[in-house]
Design a protein around this ligand. Structure first.
Ligand SMILES: [Zn+2]
Ligand SMILES: [Zn+2]
Length: 290
């Protein structure tokens, strides 16, 4: 039993098309997760979901498409692809959109409002697919061929991190934390011991996909903006005995060559710690087995 992960959007904050970002990709966060039985789970709905939607319709050969869409939070870069996700325009398709109960506005409202006539030509009501909304907080739920649990992470306005398993005894897990500020310098309304709780949530994951927006020197100018450094993601992965860390939510300004250099520095840090952690950088089109 396993889960299969494919990256459709890896960039943080805003899409970044251009020659310097073609290798790792310029679309905002969207990750496809498949269970053994082929059930579709989508993590975040940034601009990467547009290409995923095209692929689903092509592969499906006219069959209906169904799946669960888990949003970490409602910042633009995580929802802006929804109005361009072609399967939503087809009758017979069916999706459940999951989002945090603790957002200032319900996830239902946020998704509908981004298609209000002031800012978008097609209204939510014109979508032909059946779309259900579900809210969740820190809890464990059983889905079709998978189990998911959620944790509140440190991000302005709040965000969730997710842990997915097949629900079997093998214990192999994917943890997805797209936006999270690991530095203790930043102030959030979290209880003492938040880092230990996060480490336990991530503990033993086969794959950890984590926010790696800044270098350590860049971070000085962005304390409180809700994101982590590459080194902090590595330290979390080491503390939680993760097998493979995927650097994610690349800074918009970061060129492919710079991502290469960040990756090299992460691998050097792991070597200095004497650990076996594997580190890769998320790239559009990359597929991993959990
Ligand atoms: Zn983001
Ligand atoms: Zn965000």
């Amino acid at each position: 039993m396993s889960l299969t992960l494919t990256f459709w959007g890896t960039r943080g904050s805003i899409p970044t098309p251009g020659a310097s970002t073609v290798r790792y990709g310029g679309n905002t966060p969207c990750v496809e997760l498949r269970t053994d039985e082929g059930w579709l789970i989508i993590l975040d709905a940034g601009t990467g979901i547009r290409e995923l939607g095209r692929a689903l319709l092509e592969r499906g050969d006219g069959d209906s498409v169904a799946g669960d869409i888990f949003l970490t939070h409602a910042h633009w870069d995580h929802i802006q692809g929804i109005p361009f996700f072609a399967p939503l325009f087809k009758k017979g398709n069916r999706f459940t959109i999951w989002g945090s109960r603790s957002l200032q506005t319900s996830i239902d409202r946020v998704v509908r409002d981004q298609m209000s006539p002031v800012v978008f030509p097609v209204s939510f009501e014109e979508l032909e697919a059946r779309i259900d909304f579900q809210e969740l907080s820190e809890e464990k739920r059983a889905g079709r061929g998978y189990e998911v649990s959620a944790i509140a992470v440190r991000h302005p306005g709040g965000a969730l991190g997710y842990r997915f398993t097949t629900g079997n005894a093998d214990g192999r897990a994917l943890v997805y934390v797209s936006d999270n500020e690991l530095s203790a310098e930043a102030r959030y309304e979290d209880a003492p011991g938040w880092r230990g709780k996060l480490v336990e949530f991530v503990r033993g994951a086969s794959v950890l996909v984590h926010d790696s927006m800044y270098t350590s020197s860049e971070y000085r100018s962005f304390v409180g903006w809700g994101h982590s450094t590459h080194d902090q993601a590595v330290e979390l992965a080491i503390d939680a005995d993760v097998e493979r860390l995927v650097l994610f939510h690349h800074r918009p300004e970061r060129s492919d060559d710079e991502v290469d250099r960040c990756l090299e520095r992460c691998r050097a840090l792991v070597a200095r710690r004497g650990r076996a952690l594997e580190v890769v950088a998320a790239a559009e089109g990359m597929t991993l087995q959990v």
